[in-house]
Design a protein around this ligand. Structure first.
Ligand code: KG4
Length: 340
């Protein structure tokens, strides 16, 4: 008998629903919220209102594209946290209501576990996935972590940011360059025509496998402040060079700890996930690092790097196989859980 899982993701500003049959994605619908653009960041209250508007049509479309009726569903998987509490409430309430109405199990998914297991997303039976254990670099707007994925339900965070996430370094530096939010993709594009060695920004000296990006942000600000004293048009004139140099140092910081973790854990496979893993420089650097160490890099398709329900439904599928169900009493959590 086939297992059909509906996944629902609503942790931040993307409303997404996906259908996975026996571990293979049949549909993955994402409604991104444009309403935040003019504010330079996600406005939580507007995000939850938009989720409320989007959730019913997005789920209906995911079922339609999958060619699956709701009576065929085996379980509902939803993102319980971490994320914006109002946004999470919309997805979790919807998931609970649907599981009650259809009398099928509910499976809660940790958003970060979703990103960490995104290399397991398959679009066809033939797609290969990394064997366990693998090491993954999870880099998003809110997190920068190195995780040893031992199995679908056992993973260990071995390195984490002690302050800002890599995505925040892109977004906040982009903001002072007057770039639209999120600045990461814009910096990626501008960097292609800039000189990555034009400016030197400071790199952190943090022991172990932890990351830090707040010092880089300060160093970036100081450079702008000093240059603007003599040239008020500095940012506009040197946009590409600033973008390329910033991206270059972020990649160097990310790769240093990733390489260190490869030395410690000696994985045969490494993966990346999270919004920043869409960055073309990061993707190239990870490929290069893997080649240097004679290991395999699993680089996700762009659509699975940012928030998506395919990863939620995929985790849901593995938890379903384990009989790891959730009760209606579970409430969403905003902060990262101590354990994945
Ligand atoms: O995983 P994600 O979609 O969700 C959150 O953590 O909220 O990650 C969003 C982050 C943002 O900081 C965005 O600027 C960054 O991913 N991002 C990128 C690129 N595409 C998205 N950063 C650098 N280069 C990109 N191409």
């Amino acid at each position: 008998m086939s297992r059909v899982i509906l996944g629902i993701e609503s942790s931040c500003d993307d409303t997404s629903a996906a259908v996975v049959r026996d571990g293979v994605v049949l549909s993955n619908v994402i409604a991104s919220q444009k309403v935040h653009e003019s504010y330079g960041g996600v406005v939580p209250e507007l995000a939850s209102r938009a989720h409320q508007q989007n959730i019913v049509p997005v789920v209906a479309e995911a079922l339609r594209q999958a060619g699956v009726s709701k009576d065929e569903l085996s379980a509902i998987a939803y993102t319980r946290g971490p994320g914006l509490i109002g946004s999470l409430l919309v997805g979790s309430s919807f998931a609970k209501g649907l599981s009650l109405a259809l009398d099928i199990p509910l499976v809660e998914v940790n958003h970060l576990q979703g990103h960490a297991l995104s290399p397991l997303i398959r679009e066809s039976e033939e797609d290969s996935v990394p064997p366990f254990p693998y090491l993954t670099l999870l880099i998003s707007g809110g997190n920068s972590q190195i995780i040893v994925v031992k199995s679908a339900n056992e993973m260990e965070i071995v390195g984490s940011t002690i302050d800002d996430a890599a995505g925040e370094a892109f977004d906040k530096c982009g903001k002072v360059m007057n770039l639209p939010y999120p600045a990461g993709p814009v910096i990626d594009r501008l960097a292609k025509t800039g000189n990555p060695k034009a400016f030197r920004f400071s790199k952190p000296h943090i022991p172990g496998l932890d990351y830090s990006f707040s010092g880089l942000k300060t160093s970036f600000l100081y450079t702008l402040r000093d240059e603007l004293k003599t040239n008020p048009n500095f940012i506009a004139e040197r946009q590409e060079d600033l973008a390329a140099s910033l991206q270059n140092v972020i990649i160097e910081i990310l790769m240093e700890k990733l390489e260190k973790s490869i030395g410690i854990y000696k994985p045969a496979d490494i993966a990346i996930g999270g919004g920043v893993s869409a960055n073309s420089g990061v993707r190239g650097a990870v490929e290069k690092l893997a080649a240097k160490h004679g290991i395999k890099a699993w680089i996700p398709p762009l659509k699975y790097t940012t928030d998506n329900a395919a990863m939620v439904a995929t985790v849901g599928y593995y938890k379903f196989l384990d009989g790891d169900f959730s009760s209606l009493d579970e409430t969403p959590y905003a902060k990262i859980a101590a354990k994945l």
